[in-house]
Ligand binder design. Sequence first.
Ligand SMILES: CC(C)(COP(=O)(O)OP(=O)(O)OC[C@H]1O[C@@H](n2cnc3c(N)ncnc32)[C@H](O)[C@@H]1OP(=O)(O)O)[C@@H](O)C(=O)NCCC(=O)NCCS
Length: 173
Amino acid sequence: MPKVKLRDLIINDVEDRYNWSMDREVTQFLSVPEKFPPFTKEETTKWIQTCIDGTNGYIQKSILSEYNDHIGWVDLKNFDKVNNNAELGITIGNKAYWGQGYGSAAIKEMLHYGFEKLNLHKIWLRVDRDNEKAIKSYKKIGFIEEGILREDRFRRGEYIDRVRFSILKSELS
Ligand SMILES: CC(C)(COP(=O)(O)OP(=O)(O)OC[C@H]1O[C@@H](n2cnc3c(N)ncnc32)[C@H](O)[C@@H]1OP(=O)(O)O)[C@@H](O)C(=O)NCCC(=O)NCCS
């Protein structure tokens, strides 16, 4: 598995993030508005700034390759502070890095952060049922399928199922 680093977002990440949002292959399975481009540069800048300010309930980190290339982002959100769990999200925006283990490596880093630094008990995620690549990587990491969320997302004119996966602190190798 390649080595990745997670770092805090910086405002200069906007350029890459905006360019990735223009790529329909990247956004295909993401919850983005049904317009193109899904975000303006101003909206992207505002989003990054609220992440930096920590005012939107997200802990979002930029993913860097071993050569310090900015290749995507990974986040934790929907924190349930009573039950110590949160939802994970991941995107490798730079497609040149797809299918080589970078996504899995970044998820593992974030899981360690969530379990060790934030003391979470469980981290869960929702994935479109037909996002086979993502599902394969989640299973390899050790996520367990919890169930099908029926017609859970309205995507390009139809309701589609999502699968909910989770991993417990005790299960991360
Ligand atoms: C999903 C995503 C994060 C995975 O990251 P990645 O670095 O490409 O994935 P990895 O290389 O770590 O693992 C993917 C696995 O799926 C396999 N795979 C690749 N293409 C595939 C396909 N079309 N169908 C099924 N499996 C596929 C890979 O071979 C790999 O398995 P392996 O390690 O056994 O070879 C990344 O592709 C991405 O950002 N996609 C767009 C955004 C997205 O869908 N995010 C998730 C939303 S829930």
